[in-house]
Design a protein around this ligand. Structure first.
Ligand SMILES: Nc1ncnc2c1ncn2[C@@H]1O[C@H](COP(=O)(O)OP(=O)(O)O)[C@@H](O)[C@H]1O
Ligand SMILES: [Mg+2]
Length: 317
């Protein structure tokens, strides 16, 4: 039996990305003998076919979603970005560092019987034994409440901040094109260690919870760590739950664009407010599981292309 395609890249989406016609994409799928499905007159495919079709030369990266505030979309963006990246052919590992395990539940995974990061650090469990496959091309190191002691463990056992997570990830880094770390809304040893293991930190901001001081804390912390450990880590700010009809959203955008430092860190793509984010997670699904068009899909697609620098690559022939 051929595998059911859970998360989907459609032929119009692929055609748009590659700058070719939908018919051409369809022909490529056929001639390359790739696995695709058809439903509601739409043709779609998954990670394996995407890998072959797009043949994307990814730059290997570790990206952390963090900001001190909760509810700004760290988990939602990490989740949908991971899936979208896999649909461009990337092999992705997600690491859930938040003891609330929201990313783990977004992936519908029950972590009760599997090791989490704290077990790897404390009990020397092999990191490979903590990795769960969720979708083709998407793996997860889950989290549960026991990870709440990570800050203390790192401090009390004097684990070097710049090595504790990077040593773990080092062993498996070459297995993946992209590693995505989802952090709790906190500043502490664990989040600092995740920052130091990363090439890039993405801080989602929402207009309704916007605070320049919150952003400043994250930025200062990152600059401090970067200086102290001599490591270059990019900060990218992404506006989430953006609604250009509201004065608040425009105000926040203007504030950021007129800020000397932050204007250069703001991602070009915004994520609009869209019910598909909470709805799909609530039903244990994802925004890329349905064939229905949504702004969530469009925005995460552009965001993924921007962060992974996919635009202009188009290598398929
Ligand atoms: N663009 C969006 N539009 C609508 N709801 C969103 C959007 N992004 C996130 N949400 C919702 O906001 C809530 C908080 O998001 P979440 O990703 O859990 O934030 P964090 O991880 O930063 O705490 C969730 O209910 C999520 O479904
Ligand atoms: Mg979260």
């Amino acid at each position: 039996m051929t595998e059911v395609i859970d998360v989907k890249m459609t032929t119009p989406e692929a055609a748009d990305f590659l700058g070719i016609t939908i018919q051409h994409v369809h022909k490529l799928l056929k001639t390359k003998g790739l696995h695709y499905q058809k439903s509601q007159n739409r043709i779609f495919f998954g990670h394996e076919a995407a890998k072959s079709l797009f043949n994307t030369p990814f730059k290997r990266k570790i990206i952390t979603f963090q900001i001190v505030k909760g509810g700004t979309g760290k988990t939602s963006l990490a989740h949908s970005f991971a899936i979208r990246a896999s649909l461009y052919g990337a092999k992705v590992l997600c690491v859930d560092l938040d003891q609330q395990g929201n990313l783990t539940s977004a992936f519908n995974f029950n972590p009760d019987k599997t090791p989490v990061i704290v077990d790897i650090i404390n009990e020397g469990i092999n990191v490979r034994d903590a990795i769960i496959n969720i979708y083709p091309g998407v793996d997860l190191i889950p989290s549960r409440i026991e990870n709440a002691v990570l800050d203390n463990i790192i401090m009390l056992n004097k684990h070097p901040l710049d090595r504790v997570y990077s040593n773990i990830l080092e062993k498996i880094k070459t297995d993946y094109d992209l590693i995505i770390i989802d952090c709790p809304p906190a500043l502490g040893q664990s989040v600092a260690a995740a920052t130091l293991a990363s090439d890039c930190v993405i801080a989602p901001l929402t207009p309704e919870q916007f605070s320049l001081s919150g952003l400043k804390i994250t930025h200062d912390e990152l600059s401090g760590l970067s200086r102290k450990y001599g490591k270059k880590i990019d900060l990218k700010i992404v506006l989430n739950k953006f609604d250009n009809r509201t004065a608040l959203s425009s105000e926040v955008l203007t504030t950021l664009l007129s800020h000397d430092i932050y204007k250069n860190m703001l991602s070009k793509s915004f994520i609009r407010s869209c019910q598909e984010f909470p709805n799909t997670i609530y039903t244990g699904s994802t925004i890329f599981s349905t064939l229905k068009n949504s702004s969530a899909k469009e925005d995460i697609d552009l965001f993924t292309r921007e962060i992974l620098e996919l635009n202009g690559i188009r290598t398929t022939n």
